[in-house]
Design a protein around this ligand. Structure first.
Ligand SMILES: NC(=O)c1ccc[n+]([C@@H]2O[C@H](COP(=O)([O-])OP(=O)(O)OC[C@H]3O[C@@H](n4cnc5c(N)ncnc54)[C@H](OP(=O)(O)O)[C@@H]3O)[C@@H](O)[C@H]2O)c1
Length: 369
């Protein structure tokens, strides 16, 4: 992807508010940013298309219109690890949905007015984004913007996790960590849909209830058990499991390995609690010839036909209600910082959306407190 281009270069074409992060680190508010008056980011020049008016998914900053200075927080765990570091300043975000407002001169596959969604496009905490047209997913008429923004990234992630990273078979008993989180709820629904049995973990009774509603057969409150792997085995008749889906990382990695049966698979797809420290691969042999995969969505939608195939399957799952998209919070784009504080404090379940400030009026009460 090309680098940021100057707002001025596209003035009047793609102007719109965006969140800009100017700094991270420290114990005090570790983000200072402002909402600038441009949401311009460049894709390849030949494929530019702008999304407008739709929501983006929250996944930091607090902004206002017209360059008002703001302060907020970024999750503290990210900068010290330097794993997802970006040159400052940057605009966070990777997914969203909206209407095409402009196309490049040689773009034939999308037109102004088309409804589209996108994932893995950096810098989309913005009212407008520039996206390579080959990365746009056309939205079917029955899929609204909020559903598309909420489900595309996590839905396609859940899709490749259960279909490719480890193809779940009917009868498999599967451990899903953070089963009430955004990914956790989708994985739990899909594994159940495919005939698997889910043992979930979570931190509170209320979240456990959500995970059960999504289909989890058993939910372990992590704080209530001393030995998580022993509890998993107890709930599986004393046996280890064929697979663990772990998006939590540092806090759960050891228990995940210890929960597997001989030749079991650990699908480590995230690090919500921090990165897993370096480890000696001999542990995989000692655990029973285990395999470990650390997959990334981009490698499973690199090809356009694969992107569209996964998106179509996800939309079909939404239609058939195999997947229920749980949007639990809508925040104005200028309140992105509050969304991130809620995520970091583990107060959230399901999916949060950032909506352009003008469209956020009326949804504030829903997300207050
Ligand atoms: N590899 C990929 O292709 C891919 C794609 C999408 C997402 N991901 C990754 O998957 C992970 C989960 O994503 P998500 O969207 O489901 O996130 P999320 O909705 O924020 O859920 C994360 C959950 O992790 C649990 N958790 C445990 N320790 C935590 C801590 N110290 N801080 C915050 N949460 C903690 C919390 O559940 P409890 O309170 O119940 O423990 C929380 O609800 C993230 O690391 C994300 O980057 C990877």
């Amino acid at each position: 992807m090309a680098a940021f281009i100057s707002a001025r270069a596209e003035a009047g074409l793609l102007a719109g508010n965006r969140i800009t992060i100017n700094g991270v680190g420290g114990d005090e508010p570790i983000l200072e940013g402002h909402a600038s008056d441009s949401g311009v980011r460049s894709g390849r020049s030949r494929g530019a298309a702008g999304g407008r008016g739709g929501p983006a998914a929250a996944g930091a900053g607090r902004g206002g219109r017209g360059g008002r200075r703001i302060r907020g927080q970024l999750p503290r765990r990210l900068p010290p690890e330097g794993r997802y570091s970006l040159p400052l300043p940057f605009t966070p975000g990777a997914e969203g949905a909206g209407t095409v407002v402009e196309v490049g001169p040689d773009v034939a596959d999308v037109a102004v007015g088309d409804r589209v969604g996108w994932v893995e496009i950096p810098g989309t905490y913005a009212e407008r984004a520039v996206v390579d047209s080959s990365r746009l997913v056309p939205l079917p008429d029955d899929i609204d913007f909020e559903t598309a923004a909420a489900v595309l990234l996590q839905g396609m992630t859940a899709h490749y996790l259960v279909k490719d990273a480890y193809p779940v078979q009917g009868g498999d008993t599967v451990l899903v960590h953070a089963a009430a989180g955004g990914m956790g709820l989708l994985l739990t629904q899909l594994i159940t849909h495919l005939g698997g049995r889910v043992i979930g973990t979570t931190s509170t009774a209320a979240k456990a209830e959500l995970a059960k509603r999504a289909g989890a057969a058993e939910v372990i409150l992590s704080s209530a058990v001393d030995d998580l792997a022993a509890e998993v085995r107890r709930l599986n008749g004393g046996q280890g499991l064929p697979v663990v889906f772990d998006g939590v990382g540092a806090h759960t990695f050891d228990a995940s390995l210890a929960s597997l049966r001989t030749r079991g698979h650990l699908v480590l797809f995230g690090a919500a609690s921090g990165a897993v420290p370096p480890f000696d691969p001999i542990r995989l042999a000692h655990g029973g010839s285990l395999t470990l995969i650390r997959p990334s969505l981009g490698d499973f939608i690199a090809d356009r036909s694969e992107l569209l195939r996964r998106a179509a399957d996800v939309f079909e799952w939404v239609r058939s209600k195999a997947l229920e998209v749980t949007v639990t919070g809508r925040y104005a784009l200028s309140e992105a910082s509050r969304a991130h504080s809620d995520l970091e404090a583990r107060r959230t379940t399901g999916k949060l959306l950032l909506v352009p400030d003008a469209a956020a009026v009326g949804s504030r009460e829903e997300t207050q407190g």
